[in-house]
Design a protein around this ligand. Structure first.
Ligand SMILES: Nc1ncnc2c1ncn2[C@@H]1O[C@H](COP(=O)(O)O)[C@@H](OP(=O)(O)O)[C@H]1O
Ligand SMILES: [Mg+2]
Length: 253
């Protein structure tokens, strides 16, 4: 599995380059609304097509569940022991707002658990990656280094991170338990990476996300020493019929 990691990173970076080509021509970005009313651009589709082509060539026997090709019945998916879980462009709203806080996400799920994850942020030029048991890493202009989640020091400010585009009032009551805290709003799966590299201590999510929004981030956060607790989910979190996640909390242990 670790042998695949360089290839998956290469694929995520190539998808990010395809996204950037479109990002850099803002006048050409047409936004469609999907059936669930979420936005879709040519960048989501370009990244999706590239990733599908590359993963199918790398591992022809491993199925792929991508946000842009998710209409696969449970009668088929329930027989998948392992699969690639892909969000080709997480943070489409951030892409449209042009704030750079969007990512390419690829995870390998085995027996319902994310065991490998890559998150690439094309504008930030940062690639986070992890294999369970081998640690979590970030690669950027400064090179590559291992990252670790960091627990808050008692008595000091607890740093939390939350959604920029999907605010949920429940976050306020969760925050009330920390007398001294600061909340930073960030788009996409970058929030998992911020807990994984110690920039934030906790990412509480009260509000809907889909399996592909969290698979890669889950693997990276756990490999960096954080925990991801899904509230109200029975059974392996990534092997179930419902593609919608419940609330969850990511925190340094
Ligand atoms: N009402 C809703 N139902 C399902 N998923 C939702 C949702 N509102 C937001 N999301 C998910 O939250 C993701 C964005 O996360 P965040 O709010 O942390 O930036 C979206 O990813 P996409 O941008 O890939 O569609 C989308 O999947
Ligand atoms: Mg997403």
């Amino acid at each position: 599995m670790a042998d695949w990691l360089p290839q998956i990173r290469r694929i995520a970076v190539a998808a990010g380059d395809a996204i950037l080509t479109i990002y850099n021509q803002p006048e050409a970005v047409a936004v469609q609304q999907k059936a669930d009313d979420s936005p879709l651009t040519a960048a989501d589709l370009a990244a999706h097509q590239l990733i599908m082509r590359e993963l199918t060539s790398l591992t022809p026997d491993i199925p792929v569940l991508s946000e842009e090709a998710a209409d696969i019945p449970w009668t088929v998916r329930q027989h998948w022991h392992c699969y690639w879980l892909v969000d080709p462009l997480d943070g489409t709203k951030e892409f449209i707002k042009r704030n750079g806080e969007f990512t390419v996400n690829i995870a390998l799920i085995v027996a319902g658990e994310p065991v490998l994850g890559v998150i690439h942020a094309p504008v930030l030029a940062k690639t986070y990656s992890a294999v369970l048991g081998l640690g979590a890493f970030v690669a950027d202009a400064k090179g590559e280094r291992q990252i670790h989640a960091v627990e808050p020091v008692p008595g000091e400010t607890v740093r939390l991170v939350g959604s920029k585009s999907h605010y949920q009032p429940e976050v306020e009551s969760y925050l009330a338990q920390f007398p001294q805290h600061e909340l930073v709003a960030v788009g996409s799966s970058l929030k998992f990476c911020m807990v994984a590299d110690g920039t934030a201590h906790i990412y509480p999510r009260f509000g809907p996300t889909m399996l592909w929004d969290t698979g890669a981030g889950h693997a990276i956060a756990v490999a960096a020493g954080a925990s991801v607790q899904y509230l109200g989910i029975d059974g392996p979190a990534y092997q179930r019929e419902n593609l919608l996640n419940g609330n969850f909390i990511v925190k340094a242990n």
